[in-house]
Design a protein around this ligand. Structure first.
Ligand code: URA
Length: 485
């Protein structure tokens, strides 16, 4: 197909009218901020105007920050949230795809976690099952990691791809993982970066607008959301995360996307590695049919739901089996290798990563200059390894941002050397920290030691991280079922 086919122009206006209210309309940005600050409901036109002003950068960063904080503190009604999401989705071009891909276009998104690398193996696994995955992803937000940052630890990987390039990659490989851009959900690019540095990440309408704005612009048929809860998630309790999940499923369905959500625990890190390049290594293990059980469980569960949603599996368990098969037979790994090359990685680098030894992989991703192991201070069974202190220490060592656009050190990270349920003796190493500059401090060591919870009990097998699944009714797109696993 021609590169321009099916790529529509930016921004239809509110309620589908052909033009958004112009910047010259009567809406005043300070009035909109004041209204939200005082807890009033915004008119549709006011929300569109705000998003347009963000997109065109006619609003100062200070004003955007004030508006984000007002929304964070005062919230939005479901109607306002839907309008905000539509406005973000159409702030740039909306993707369209060949008719024969209808029903095959799927995606997954997470609300953000620590060690959450699921997208890296899942996108190619879905593509290996015949789906098309035009994944628009994000960077680290607050203490949580971001898929784009992880992928950028691979030399040469280009997260910036035009809609035309995405089309070509999807035709050839079946999946791509890209960033928001001037062309694609530009409003989210601006808001996302400012939320990260203004303590406005954990806002239900802002998360909904950010995630579903990207997904609606992708023009996918089916979406599964990994909604995290726990001490290292944006929402600590199952109840609050469930509210977010319901909002996401409801808005997603109203946007015409068959949307499901899975509530998963985020007290401890997902998998055994945290930090950008270390997480790429662990993703490669998952793509080889190996790696930590909790990571594989999430990849197969989320993928299984999507295969069922888009009709490529007769049930969620059948879908999960299909995903497990492409992880085990190497086809997901081949697809990942093809995606790396399609997104700018040299063939030899992609080979070393996908078919090389562990040492070759480390040569490509480069080890941090220093590593230090911390040891257990007494004997006991590991009850929990809390992710939040680990993420905070790594953030301080340069793995995350404190300012917009800041350079991050992809090599900073941590490897867990023990797992929940395991018995350890005093002096056993339990975590290895990879760092460069700044160096690991005594305060960091103390904070990290606080993450390991040991008790004098019998060893046990860790439970599933999946707590609950919220499914849409496939035919009507309405939220009708709450399935508890
Ligand atoms: N991922 C996003 O893209 N946006 C959020 O707000 C949270 C997670």
């Amino acid at each position: 197909m021609s590169t321009s086919e099916g790529l529509s122009d930016p921004a239809p206006g509110p309620t589908g009218s052909s033009a958004a209210p112009t910047a010259g309309s009567r809406v005043s940005i300070p009035d909109v901020i004041r209204k939200k600050r005082d807890g009033e409901k915004l008119e549709e036109e006011e929300i569109w105007h705000f998003v347009q002003a963000v997109t065109r950068r006619t609003m100062q960063d200070g004003q955007i920050g004030a508006m984000l904080m007002a929304i964070r503190l005062r919230g939005m009604t479901p109607d306002e949230t839907l309008v905000l999401t539509r406005a973000i989705a159409t702030s740039g071009r909306v993707l369209e795809w060949p008719e024969e891909w209808r029903g095959l276009l799927v995606d997954k998104h997470s609300t953000g976690g620590v060690g959450d690398k699921v997208s890296l193996p899942l996108a190619p696994a879905l593509a290996a099952c015949g789906c098309k995955v035009p994944m628009v992803s994000g960077r680290g937000l607050g203490h949580t990691g971001g898929t784009l940052d992880k992928l950028e630890s691979v030399p040469g990987f280009l997260v910036s791809q035009s809609p035309e390039q995405m089309m070509q990659i999807l035709e050839k490989v079946g999946c791509c993982i890209v960033e928001q851009s001037e062309e694609l959900v530009p409003a989210d690019k601006v808001l996302y970066a400012l939320r990260d540095v203004t303590a406005t990440v954990d806002s239900l309408p802002l998360i909904t607008g950010s995630i579903l704005g990207k997904k609606a612009a992708e023009k996918i048929s089916a979406l599964v959301l990994d909604v995290k809860f726990g001490s290292a998630a944006l929402y600590p309790t199952l109840e609050s995360a469930q509210q977010l999940a319901q909002s996401l499923v409801s808005v997603g369905s109203q946007l015409g996307i068959c949307t499901a959500a899975v509530l998963t625990k985020m007290d401890g890190p997902l998998g055994c590695r945290v930090g950008n390049s270390l997480e790429v290594l662990e993703s490669l293990e998952c793509l080889e049919g190996r790696g930590p059980g909790d990571l594989r469980e999430l990849v197969t569960t989320l993928g299984g739901i999507l295969l069922w949603q888009c009709g490529r599996a007769s049930s969620m368990p059948h879908g999960a089996t299909h995903i497990a098969k492409v992880l085990d037979d190497g086809s997901a790994l081949s697809t990942f290798r093809a995606m790396l090359q399609a997104q700018g990685v040299e063939a030899e680098v992609a080979r070393a990563l996908c078919a090389g030894t562990q040492e070759e992989r480390f040569q490509v991703l480069r080890r941090a200059q220093s590593q230090e192991e911390l040891v257990a201070q007494h004997e006991g069974t590991v009850q929990q390894i809390f992710a939040l202190p680990i993420a905070q220490v790594l953030h301080g060592l340069g793995a995350g941002r404190t300012q917009e656009g800041q350079w991050i050190n992809h090599r900073v990270g941590a490897e867990l050397l023990v797992s929940v349920g395991q018995r350890v003796r005093k002096g056993d190493p339990w975590i290895r920290i990879h760092y460069e500059n700044p160096e690991l401090s005594d305060a960091d060591r103390r904070n990290l030691q606080g993450a390991l919870i040991l008790e004098d009990s019998e060893p046990f097998a860790p439970g599933s991280k999946v707590a609950k699944t919220i499914l849409p009714q496939k035919v009507t797109g309405l939220v009708v079922e709450v399935g508890v696993r």
